[in-house]
Design a protein around this ligand. Structure first.
Ligand code: NAD
Length: 247
């Protein structure tokens, strides 16, 4: 049986990613800072187990891999946080926390997993969850855009350094997803409608849209796809000219 590790598996996107992987024959390790949320995801899934891990904490990550006891075939670096404020109102601590979780945490978690992939399996796949903010920064999101842009760049560097070991590394940049950390925005019906209409496909994305892309990237169908950031946003990031006022 193939095995996968998903960080932030207790959250909105994480739950869908774990579910999709489990439905498609993966034994899934569901990791989260909050063990109860990880357990909520793993319950009801076949061959899934929950683990409390803080991806920012090197010793927590090393301890996890020791307990896990084998080389992962797939790592999904999905754990992430956002702290919203304009730059001049940002607390330095918030800025640091966002970089620490989204960028440094992904580096720590992938590196320790890759050591096992190289030693035991000589193959593997890593998927980093970035955001359309990595391509086009949004105002008021503080370190979130720089952290995700850093993660997109790190994805390419990982792919370059680890390709020789048979390890593919790609990123997925979700757009306006009606799940997880974005859900509160879409509780306002006006914002929900306007954001949906701003997307060329005329709808918000779902966590399943992201989970299916994870499944694709992890599969043999993507065996030559490497060092890519796949934007899964219904086309919104490329839609600026569509919204220009016209006669
Ligand atoms: N929801 C969206 O619209 C959207 C859009 C673009 C990108 N993303 C990205 O998708 C990923 C998942 O986000 P989500 O929307 O499901 O958010 P979410 O808040 O529902 O889930 C994130 C999960 O990560 C966990 N986590 C946070 N810090 C952690 C740490 N240090 N160690 C381990 N786990 C930790 C949280 O406990 C939470 O369960 C994030 O990387 C986010 O930046 C989300």
């Amino acid at each position: 049986m193939k095995n996968a590790i998903v960080t932030g598996g207790g959250g909105g996107l994480g739950k869908s990613i774990c579910t999709e992987l489990s439905k498609n024959g993966y034994a899934v390790a569901v990791l989260d800072l909050k063990i109860k949320d990880a357990q909520r995801t793993s319950e009801g899934l076949e061959n899934a187990s929950a683990y409390a891990v803080d991806v920012r904490d090197h010793s927590s990550v090393i301890e996890f891999y020791k307990n896990y006891g084998k080389a992962p075939e797939l790592i999904v670096n999905n754990a992430g946080i956002a702290r919203f404020n304009k730059l001049l109102d940002q607390k330095i601590k918030d800025f640091e926390d966002v970089i620490q979780t989204n960028l440094i945490g992904s580096f720590i978690f992938a590196s320790e997993g890759v050591r096992l992939m190289i030693k035991e399996a000589k193959k593997g796949s890593i998927i980093n969850i970035t955001s359309i903010h990595s391509v086009s920064p949004g105002i008021g999101v503080g370190a979130y855009s720089p952290a995700k842009a850093g993660l997109a760049s790190l994805t390419k560097l990982m792919a370059l350094e680890w390709g020789e070991f048979g390890i593919r590394v790609n990123a997925i940049a979700p757009g306006f997803i009606d799940s997880g950390m974005s859900k509160p925005f879409f509780e306002n019906p006006k914002i929900r409608e306007l954001r949906g209409k701003a997307v060329p496909l005329q709808r918000l994305g779902t966590s399943e849209d992201i989970a299916k892309t994870v499944l694709y990237l992890s599969s043999d169908a993507a065996s030559y796809v490497n060092a890519n950031e796949i934007i899964v946003d219904g086309g919104v990031i490329h839609s600026v000219l569509m919204h220009l006022p016209r006669e």
